[in-house]
Design a protein around this ligand. Structure first.
Ligand code: C5P
Length: 230
């Protein structure tokens, strides 16, 4: 066992519920929660803000290197994300940032830079980290690995609801198209594409309630702990 518990790694496509489910599970078991996508989004956000050409790999990497991402403890399970002392959250979820994020996420040097930070954050365990390559690349040795899937339609519906809840405008058709495009970009890219690792538990949440997904993960967590203790 690691110092603070195990590592729960969750991968899956956009809008599959990795964050909302992951945060609830983290709260129930007293773990920290990290969305690795937020780190890619933060770099994309800063590139857009500084009008850096997001096709220029060197410039994007320089932005990441010179504007370190940090996390600050928060009252909840998810630490606040800061980049150059600016707390970022809601602004990272604009769809134009999502599109820029998928572009920069193809860059190997940037990925390696962020993966190092992700490994540092999680190595002592007691953490749930979600993303696209957490089970396959960031923590191939995670004690519990989950691939959380759902149909593109179900995911688009959820994303619309999530954005509206945050007080943002959302159009179902546009979101569905963007989700399909982003899935394709994430699954077909050369470096660390989204894919299910052989040892991940596959959960298709298309017709599942959020609580049922939470309970299933809690059950897998308990099973993992008892296996480790044996
Ligand atoms: O999870 P989220 O939708 O916030 O991630 C935004 C984008 O960041 C993804 O579409 C993907 O391109 C990229 N990403 C990644 N690897 C991760 C997490 C996110 O490439 N581990």
């Amino acid at each position: 066992m690691r110092k603070n518990g195990i590592i729960i790694a969750i991968d899956g496509p956009a809008g599959g519920g990795k964050s909302s489910v992951g945060k609830i599970v983290a709260e129930k078991i007293g773990y920290k929660f990290i969305s690795s996508g937020k780190m890619y989004r933060a770099i994309a956000w800063l590139c857009v803000k500084k009008e850096v050409n997001i096709d220029d790999e060197e410039k994007v990497l320089e932005i990441a290197r010179t504007n370190p991402i940090s996390f600050k403890e928060n009252s909840g399970v998810e630490p606040l994300l800061l980049i150059s002392n600016t707390v970022l959250d809601k602004e990272l979820y604009d769809e134009n940032i999502a599109a820029a994020t998928s572009k920069i996420a193809r860059m190997l040097n940037l990925r390696n830079f962020l993966v190092e930070e992700q490994r540092r954050l999680g190595r002592d365990g007691g953490i749930i980290m979600e993303g696209r390559d957490i089970t396959t690349n960031v923590f191939p040795d995670a004690e519990l690995k989950i691939y959380l899937d759902a149909s593109a339609q179900a995911r688009a519906e959820r994303r619309v609801a999530q954005l509206r809840e945050k007080g943002m405008e959302a159009n179902y058709r546009e979101i569905l198209d963007m989700i399909i495009k982003r899935d394709e970009q994430d699954a077909k890219r050369k470096h660390n594409p989204l894919k299910k690792s052989e040892d991940s538990h596959y959960i298709d949440s298309t017709n599942m309630k959020k609580e049922d997904v939470v309970n299933l993960i809690l059950k897998l967590y308990e099973q993992t702990l008892s296996k480790i203790k044996k």
